[in-house]
Design a protein around this ligand. Structure first.
Ligand SMILES: *Cc1c(COP(=O)(O)O)cnc(C)c1O
Length: 295
């Protein structure tokens, strides 16, 4: 699907709302249901129609369709923060007494969940240097359920071989989750490399204007439905319609903003490299490869 079509058209049925180019913000908690039978059906499956905005909402649905298409995923959910998306993705796929393998030094709130919250349910996390696939293989135990990735990593920018790690995980029946906040689907699509759940803090490039906190999870319809029916509805951290609208607006310029960032970043690095008060200790940013868009 054409990138510009996804960002500017997909999911926007303008004839439903006076052919407005900007979609409406359906700022409502409840939706009217006229028949008891219909209400019963909606309670049984909140994804089947509009009932209550902790579940689904038309403005949010426009955003979901675009984000799923960008990730080449079957479906996506949008949360009120990247941290909430991380929490729901992990909680949905681990039980008490199970084990997680994570790339070392993940984003702060992923690490705090692994270190402070999950141990209360006897879920242990082993951290590995993700630059070698063998390190993941060695850390796997019979009760490992999740491999958690972040490529590039938040603090070191270290990469993982997403294709190789997802193959390893599949052989062991392990779910893979990859935080793709730094690349966005414009530069990397984890789902196409076999990852089960692609995750982003939409606060960063998707929003792009420092005015919204949000998070995205993309994956198969079955995986997204499983998370929707349980963690998404129960934690109640789905994005609000106005924030979804801000992200739809942010998406219009996503590609243009990333072009600009790719053009200016090497200049900033070159400036810092020469600055007498700066010591660079991340060897690979000395040679920034030219960023390559994949769509
Ligand atoms: C910011 C960030 C998050 C958390 O997202 P919030 O929207 O701030 O909750 C997760 N992962 C990475 C890589 C981030 O940069």
């Amino acid at each position: 699907m054409d990138l510009s079509f996804i960002l500017n058209e997909l999911g926007e049925n303008r004839s439903d709302y006076f052919n407005a180019i900007a979609p409406p913000i359906i700022q409502t908690s409840n939706f009217q249901v006229r028949k008891v039978d219909e209400l019963r059906d909606l309670f049984a499956d909140e994804s089947s129609g509009y009932l209550y905005s902790r579940g689904i909402n038309p403005t949010v649905d426009i955003l979901r369709e675009k984000l799923a298409a960008l990730d080449r995923a079957e479906d996506a959910l949008v949360f009120n923060s990247g941290a909430a998306a991380i929490f729901a993705a992990v909680l949905a796929n681990v039980q008490a007494d199970e084990h997680i393998v994570s790339v070392q030094k993940p984003y702060t709130w992923a690490q705090r969940m692994f270190d402070n919250i999950l141990p209360r349910f006897n879920v242990d996390t082993t951290y590995v240097d993700g630059t070698l696939v063998e390190n993941f293989a060695e850390a796997i135990r019979p009760n490992t359920r999740i491999i958690y990735l972040e490529s590039p990593n938040s603090w070191s920018y270290a990469l993982q071989d997403l294709r190789a790690v997802s193959e390893l995980a599949r052989d062991h029946g392990i779910i893979t989750i990859c935080d793709n906040s730094y690349c966005t689907p414009i530069y990397q699509r984890p789902i196409e490399m076999g990852i089960d759940l692609a995750l982003q803090s939409a606060t960063k490039y998707i929003g792009g204007h420092s005015d919204t906190v949000a998070g995205v999870l993309s994956g198969s319809s079955a995986m997204i439905k499983k998370i929707f029916d349980s963690e998404y509805l129960n934690i109640g951290s789905g994005i609000q319609p106005f924030n979804a609208w801000l992200l739809i607006r942010g998406l219009r310029t996503l590609s243009a903003r990333l072009d600009r960032i790719s053009a200016t970043t090497p200049k900033i690095v070159a400036y810092l490299k020469e600055h007498h008060q700066v010591r660079l200790n991340v060897p690979f940013i000395l040679h920034i490869p030219k960023a390559k868009k994949i769509c």
